[in-house]
Write a protein that binds this ligand. Structure first.
Ligand code: 13P
Ligand code: SF4
Length: 365
């Protein structure tokens, strides 16, 4: 008998607490058929339901390993796409709210990247001279573009290894969509800032001259994360005056000055592990999304560690927040009823090419 999809409208008015019971009941009914993956930026009342958690690199590896029929991804759209590409054809990936996108990922699209590639072709032979690298925070068709053009994917954890891989093959890199991760990684590899130029996709030839394109080693797409751009050098300088023995740790999506002033820079996993391994009583200033900072602040309070958020304003990733208990309960109860809602399915040809770029990354890292 055909079952009807349970409509989200029935879950909208539910209180967060009421959803908790329903999520637990649905999880119990599904058993091992469903696995819930959760990114570190998920809100606490969703994160607690995740079987497996991690940064983007870890989650992509976990998605490739899990055996469950359903992978319910509490994260954002590009992460669910990666899970679909790397999982088995028999597995189904679900993003509880399709509005959970990533504003940085939206700063690059295939039409603009293809135009950049054509424009680069007026000055050099891009397929011989330039390796396209897409940060994992990007749509699947951009990963496919990289797969097709000898390029690769990177995450905040492996960006340095990936850039090294790229320079072992071609003399230049086109890095999209996050200029900050690209610049910071190039800086760590001793590439002079003058040889890392911003490519503005809304300007002809990226706003650069032929001469500039010829001399550049890294072309940095003019994109950024709206959450991490809130952290500023002055926040660190002011805090250090009050807490001279404290430590500062930031995500590499922060701007160059913030990364330079930080004691440590790394992915969300790296931030968690570094704070966890620090001495009891240590004071930290953390430049990344608020849900994660709040979680580690609570977790390490019993050890006397003080974990503080870098910006004076609230900086949550509003798209990660779209995954709320109501959407999680709704998608799980539909699975219990035999209905798949919000499936993420990357078209076959695109998935095949994107997988080439992802497999290159997984082989390198
Ligand atoms: P991580 O890979 O470090 O978890 O970063 C993902 C992200 O979107 C950070 O804004
Ligand atoms: Fe995207 Fe920034 Fe949110 Fe990360 S924090 S998912 S880069 S918008």
């Amino acid at each position: 008998m055909e079952v009807n999809t349970i409509r989200f409208e029935r879950f909208k008015p539910l209180a967060d607490e009421a959803c908790q019971e329903r999520i637990l009941a649905a999880r119990k009914a599904l058993g091992a058929r469903a696995v819930v993956l959760g990114h570190h930026y998920q809100r606490a009342d969703v994160y607690r339901h995740a079987d497996l958690t991690g940064d983007s690199l870890r989650l992509s590896k976990l998605a490739a390993q899990t055996q469950s029929e359903y992978i319910v991804f509490c994260g954002v759209h590009f992460m669910a796409e990666v899970a679909d590409i790397l999982s088995k054809p028999s597995q189904t990936v679900i993003l509880p709210d399709l509005n959970a996108g990533c504003s940085m990922a939206d700063m690059a699209n295939l039409a603009k990247v293809e135009r950049a590639w054509r424009e680069l072709g007026e000055v050099l032979e891009p397929d011989q001279a330039v390796t396209p690298i897409t940060y994992i925070n990007s749509a699947a068709d951009l990963k496919a573009f990289c797969g097709e053009h000898g390029g690769i994917v990177c995450t905040s954890t492996n960006a340095r290894q990936i850039l090294q891989w790229a320079f072992g093959r071609r003399e230049k890199v086109l890095f999209f969509p996050d200029q900050h991760l690209g610049r910071w990684t190039g800086y760590l590899m001793d590439i002079p800032l003058a040889e890392m130029l911003v490519w503005d996709p809304d300007e002809p030839m990226g706003g650069l001259t032929a001469q500039q394109i010829k001399m550049a080693k890294v072309l940095l797409w003019k994109g950024h994360c709206s959450v991490h751009q809130m952290f500023q050098a002055q926040h660190i300088l002011r805090w250090r005056q009050e807490h001279p023995s404290g430590m500062v740790i930031s995500h590499p999506e922060c701007n160059f000055e913030v990364c330079k002033l930080s004691d440590y820079v790394g992915s969300t996993d790296f931030i968690i592990k570094t704070v966890a391994a620090s001495a009891p009583g240590m004071r930290w200033l953390v430049g990344t999304e608020l849900n994660l900072v709040n979680r580690i602040a609570e977790e390490y309070k019993p050890q006397g560690k003080v974990v503080q958020f870098m910006a004076p304003t609230v900086c949550m990733c509003s798209t990660m927040q779209r995954i709320d208990p109501q959407h999680l309960a709704w998608s799980l109860e539909n699975l219990v009823a035999g209905k798949v809602v919000n499936q993420i399915k990357v078209p076959a040809r695109e998935a095949e090419l994107a997988r080439v770029a992802l497999d290159r990354m997984l082989a390198v890292s």
